[in-house]
Design a protein around this ligand. Structure first.
Ligand SMILES: NC(=O)c1ccc[n+]([C@@H]2O[C@H](COP(=O)([O-])OP(=O)(O)OC[C@H]3O[C@@H](n4cnc5c(N)ncnc54)[C@H](O)[C@@H]3O)[C@@H](O)[C@H]2O)c1
Ligand SMILES: O=C(O)C1=N[C@H](C(=O)O)CCC1
Length: 234
């Protein structure tokens, strides 16, 4: 595949190495909002910044190039992008986290939430820890985890825990920024008697990048809006 990398920072560069090791060619490396061409690309992979994601996705649909989107922090526009994908017969996968381990963790999270739903003596809270360069909080992964809990429990929303009191039906999410941490997510179910903890710790960006390349290989030649559940057959 000929791949356009939209965003060529920590993730773009990790993806480049993995894609080349799997026989793909990088035909564009975009790291600024300047005009860029998708002319020679079969597919685009976007790991850039929240403010550029919608523009990148739109440009890909208009050019008829399928796009794998890993950028977080732009999800207020997600439904608009899904509608545009349909209108333009595009190919689209967004995932807040492309690693196989985290996508399994998403399934465990939903199952645990289902089991815990009747046990209202347990209260949920979540902590996500990432490197200090991260622009958005909470992480996209934490938002997906919260949505997974909201599906089957009396919780209706999530709130960033920043000292202020949080409504009983909101899941508090603490966002910590520390050194170079690639990504840690911890879900606690606490009662007066005990705590149940589900956690995932990424050791590097390898899993995110590998998952994005696998998603691109899977998406090539398909039309529609997909998720990592489709890619992994979950
Ligand atoms: N979905 C996942 O699995 C996953 C995993 C890791 C990171 N992420 C997300 O991917 C994004 C990038 O992460 P990163 O760690 O590589 O960040 P980074 O800061 O290292 O890289 C971002 C890149 O985007 C470039 N950029 C800035 N403005 C741009 C623009 N307008 N057009 C094109 N490029 C532009 C920057 O120059 C930089 O090269 C973040 O939103 C992060 O949350 C997602
Ligand atoms: O490094 C980041 O930034 C990450 N972003 C994603 C998120 O917001 O969940 C995935 C983990 C790493």
């Amino acid at each position: 595949m000929k791949i356009a990398l939209l965003g060529y920072g920590k993730m773009g560069q990790t993806i480049e190495k993995i894609a080349e090791s799997r026989g793909h060619e990088i035909v564009a490396r975009v790291s600024s909002p300047e005009n860029f061409t998708l002319e020679n690309a079969d597919i685009a992979i976007d790991f850039s910044i929240p403010d550029s994601a919608v523009n990148h996705i739109t440009k890909c649909f208009e050019a008829g190039i399928p796009i794998v989107s890993g950028t977080t922090g732009w999800l207020d526009s997600y439904e608009d992008m899904v509608a545009l994908c349909k209108e333009k017969n595009g190919g689209f996968i967004y995932a807040s986290n492309f690693s196989v381990g985290v996508n399994l963790f998403f399934e465990f999270n939903k199952k645990l939430a289902q089991i815990m739903a009747p046990h209202n003596d347990y209260k949920v809270d979540m902590t996500e820890i990432h490197h200090t360069q991260k622009l958005d909080a909470p992480s996209g992964t934490a938002i997906t985890l919260a949505e997974g809990i909201i599906e089957t429990t009396p919780y209706t929303a999530w709130s960033l825990a920043e000292g202020q009191s949080i409504k009983d039906n909101h899941i508090p999410i603490t966002a910590e920024r520390e050194g170079t941490v690639p990504g840690t997510h911890i879900i606690n179910y606490k009662s007066d008697i005990d705590t149940i903890i589900l956690s995932h710790e990424a050791h590097s960006r390898q899993g995110f990048a590998q998952g994005a390349v696998v998603a691109a290989e899977w998406l090539l030649g398909k039309q529609g809006n997909f998720s990592m559940r489709d890619v992994l057959g979950l």
